[in-house]
Design a protein around this ligand. Structure first.
Ligand code: KG4
Ligand code: ZN
Length: 354
């Protein structure tokens, strides 16, 4: 049995978790998973303020870690390694979590595992569903929108990304211009339930091009123009714009998923077709339904892990740490926090893990 503490502080969640991995079967058990969201702190500013986020992580992280240990019924000294998100993300927050992890690793004499946040999202389906490699991942969060072929731990190939806004960011910006609350995604989804998804025909940037990239900024501008033309907006206008925007992005994401699955079938013949969704936008029911349809049409299995494990959390970091620890990872205490750290870069620190 291997037990790993995971620390996540790269955005606006302060999170810690202890996950147990069975050495023989590779099966996972989440012993604790404590998440403190900073939504209230950032709400007055309509978005995450990096300096405030870093300060809130400083204020709360120690307590969150203590609760993670207590809930797991363990002392910190009993874990086998300390894992923390080392990037990409808001650098102040990443530094808080990584430095805390380094201090714990040094004090307790345990290995430090510096985890790539995107890798943690990418490996979550193995934590929740014991999924075997390879599989295709669609990461759709506030900071990222990308297709990644996951071949193994440390072995990733990015097939497409956004050339401007992330999908969650597009939801948040649309919510803001419609005067809805934060976080924007769930608010837009709620309004969309009462709206007419066909009232507006918004553009689908890039969709005619034969590539797996996304672009959402032109769509967001079209939404803003429609809203300005109608102003002042009635509740029904807001609901209709929300529903039409959501339908459009669901169609965009599903179209791209169909192409990505076709590429997967061509490049990995004979491998089961599996599409895993990660990131906060995975909570969106309309997008989930569109992806399910696309997956069914392609004969693929769609996996959407439980939403608390799709959004930022410590368990995914602990799990990524456990997967890497099992392959012998042990990062130096000099490991630097990284604001940017692409998943398919050469410095995933895993030369030995094919
Ligand atoms: O993965 P996440 O918790 O944080 C990171 O960005 O890393 O994702 C948060 C994003 C926000 O942009 C939020 O608006 C979006 O996910 N989101 C949603 C929904 N729930 C969260 N977007 C659309 N529909 C939802 N139901
Ligand atoms: Zn994330």
């Amino acid at each position: 049995m291997m037990r790993v503490l995971g620390i996540e502080t790269s955005c606006d969640e302060t999170a810690a978790s202890i996950v147990e991995r069975d050495d023989a079967s590779g099966r996972a058990t989440i012993l604790s998973n404590i998440v403190r969201s900073q939504l209230d702190e950032h709400a007055p500013y309509g978005g995450v303020v990096p300096e405030l986020a870093a300060r809130a992580h400083v204020s709360h992280l120690d307590h969150i870690i203590a609760r993670a240990a207590e809930t797991a019924g363990m002392r910190l000294g009993d874990v086998d390694a300390i894992a923390a998100t080392a990037g990409p993300g808001l650098i102040g927050g990443v530094l808080v979590g990584l430095t805390t992890a380094k201090a714990l690793a040094a004090a307790l004499g345990k290995p430090l595992i510096a985890v790539n946040h995107l890798e943690a999202h990418a490996l979550t389906a193995r934590l929740t569903d014991g999924l075997a490699f390879p599989y295709l991942m669609l990461l759709v969060s506030g900071g990222h929108s990308q297709f990644v072929l996951v071949r193994g731990v440390g072995d990733y190939e990015r097939w497409g990304t956004t050339i401007d806004d992330a999908l969650g960011e597009a939801f948040d910006k649309v919510a803001k211009l419609l005067g809805l609350g934060v976080p924007g995604g769930p608010e837009v989804e709620k309004m969309a339930l009462r709206g007419d998804p066909r009232r507006f025909n918004f553009p689908r940037p890039l969709l005619k091009e034969d590539r797996l990239d996304f672009s959402f900024s032109g769509l967001k501008t079209a939404v803003r123009l429609a809203a300005e033309q109608l102003a002042p907006l009635t509740d029904q206008d807001v609901a209709d714009i929300s529903a039409s925007f959501q339908r459009t992005v669901a169609e965009i994401v599903a179209t791209r998923a169909r192409s990505a699955l076709a590429k997967y079938a061509t490049e990995l013949p004979g491998q089961p077709l599996r599409l895993v969704v990660a990131g906060g936008v995975a909570a969106n029911q309309a997008i989930g339904a569109a992806l399910r349809e696309a997956a069914n049409a392609a004969g693929a299995t769609l996996i959407i892990p439980p939403i608390p494990l799709c959004t930022d959390n410590g368990a995914m970091v602990a799990w990524a740490g456990a997967e890497r620890l099992a392959l012998g990872a042990d990062d130096p205490l000099s490991f630097s926090a990284k604001a940017r750290w692409p998943l398919d870069s050469d410095d995933m620190g895993l030369d030995h893990a094919a």
